[in-house]
Unconditional design. Structure first.
Length: 217
């Protein structure tokens, strides 16, 4: 299985491309901007997009979805609780970036906890990790021993919860039950910034220290 990371947009989102070496089909996770760069990365690998996924609906993770849909015909899926964020993409991108992003993408599929997404030899299990947003999810790749955490868990930090729909206690519960409950050697691939491991975050992430829990909330 191939894994490429393309850092896109002014908010430096990690867009992940998971490709099957046998079929040359791919899953694209969080195409947050710069569709041309994502398509170039796919062409370099000789990959065809079979599925577009979003860990959550904030504009910086979905700005390139529509362009990828148009270029590849691949379906797009998101958790239904984040459809309102998707619908608000135009207004939020204008407010944050001062740019006109065009119409939000149409989501053909809905992600649900426990769902298993398969593209040939690629298999991702959906885990619900709300708190940064109401419909935040993470994708677990057991064969690759890694988890795509979106903006739930970062290296040394966690997602912000001061945006509409955010909930700090819910986010920490999501991280504890759905992410750091994974084996310690699993790689954590976040929506922004460097990768980490589950074990490293268990040991060192200050936001996950039980003694700091109430003070952070």
């Amino acid at each position: 299985m191939l894994l490429d990371t393309v850092v896109v947009g002014s908010l430096q989102v990690n867009c992940y491309i998971l490709g099957s070496e046998s079929s040359h089909r791919a899953i694209v996770i969080d195409p947050g901007d710069n569709a041309a760069a994502i398509l170039n990365a796919l062409r370099r690998r000789g990959l065809q997009v079979a599925q577009i996924l979003a860990t959550h609906g904030h504009f910086d993770h979905v700005l390139a979805v529509r362009a990828l849909q148009q270029a590849t015909g691949a379906p797009f899926a998101i958790h239904p609780a984040d459809r309102p964020l998707l619908a608000a993409m135009r207004d939020t991108a204008r407010a944050w970036l001062g740019q006109e992003p065009g119409d939000p993408p149409e989501a053909e599929g809905e992600l649900q906890a426990g769902q298993v997404l398969c593209v040939d030899d690629i298999e991702l299990t959906v885990r619900a990790t709300p708190g940064h947003s109401p419909g935040g999810v993470s994708f677990v790749d057991d064969s690759g021993r890694r988890v795509f955490t979106g903006d739930a868990l970062f290296a040394g930090s966690v997602g912000r919860t001061d945006l509409p729909g955010g909930d700090a206690r819910l986010l920490l519960n999501s991280i504890r039950s759905q992410i750091i409950s994974l084996p310690a050697d699993y790689t954590v691939l976040p929506g922004h910034g460097p990768a980490s491991t589950v074990g490293h975050e268990q040991r060192t992430n200050p936001f996950l220290d039980p003694g700091a829990f109430d003070s952070w909330l």
